[in-house]
Design a protein. Structure first.
Length: 267
């Protein structure tokens, strides 16, 4: 990617309200897409996720875009593909990359030599999805907005896509129900429910740990705090007066880990 974003914010949504008739789809919704981070948006069908994307793409007054932003958008309809052109021609259309690099991207998505010279018109829905994803990965954009990118592709291609996205250095907003995709790509998670957006500043593993911690009874959390506090005191004592055979560096690492766990329990 040759055009990284300046600044910490790629996109910011403030107070976005969308209502269709009596149905409130988005109610004073706020969301910030941090530059060079992957934000995963999750929610039930019909909660307004696609509406949110639409308002970003329309440059709604409630949406601020960093002046350096170049958005690449993956929709489930793949309407930006030219069905009369070949796979390779479509992927090269918005790309400055050399052909061998583009072929590598295509191969990673299981689009081989037998596919790339076919017109898009003869491809299946899943194959068209792969072409659209390859086109975005090869294009000169710094923000990717992907709406259910794994819906019509097989498990192996989905895993390959996760690997490509993990290596991509730009800003991403991924709308998905796919927990594997969320787990392997998200730097932060956003949940849309009843028109409101709730952001969790952490990856899927941290989110699961937080849910587990929140589900524990108070007496269990208190026990955790007590045990961690005792362990911190023990490690601090050993660091002040190391015994023969103690590895000071390992003791420091263990103390750091226990201290971090202690503060997580106390949040």
């Amino acid at each position: 990617m040759d055009n990284p974003l300046s600044g910490k914010t790629a996109v910011r949504i403030q107070g976005l309200t969308v209502q269709y008739g009596k149905k409130m789809v988005l109610n004073e919704a706020d969301l910030t897409l941090k530059a060079n981070k992957c934000t995963v948006l999750m929610g039930e069908n019909g909660t307004g996720k696609s509406t949110l994307i639409k308002k970003i793409m329309e440059h709604h007054p409630s949406v601020y875009l960093n002046p350096d932003v170049k958005i690449g958008y993956f929709s489930q309809e793949h309407e930006t593909l030219d069905i009369n052109k070949t796979v390779l021609e479509n992927v090269r259309a918005d790309s400055n990359l050399k052909e061998h690099v583009i072929r590598c991207i295509l191969a990673n998505l299981y689009l081989t030599e037998q596919h790339i010279h076919k017109p898009v018109s003869v491809l299946s829905g899943g194959e068209r999805a792969k072409v659209m994803l390859a086109r975005l990965m090869a294009s000169d954009v710094n923000v990717l907005i992907l709406d259910e990118p794994t819906n019509h592709i097989d498990m192996y291609t989905a895993e390959a896509l996760e690997g490509l996205l993990d290596k991509w250095e730009g800003t991403m907003l991924i709308v998905t129900h796919d927990r594997s995709l969320a787990k392997n790509t998200a730097d932060r998670l956003v949940f849309l429910e009843k028109g409101k957006l709730e952001t969790f500043e952490g990856n899927w593993e941290a989110y699961e740990q937080e849910k587990e911690r929140a589900s524990k009874p108070k007496e269990v959390l208190q026990l955790d705090k007590t045990l961690l506090s005792m362990k911190m005191a023990e490690l601090s004592m050993r660091l002040r007066k190391p015994k023969k055979g103690d590895n000071v560096l390992k003791l420091k690492e263990e103390l750091d880990q226990v201290t971090e766990a202690y503060y997580q329990v106390n949040q």
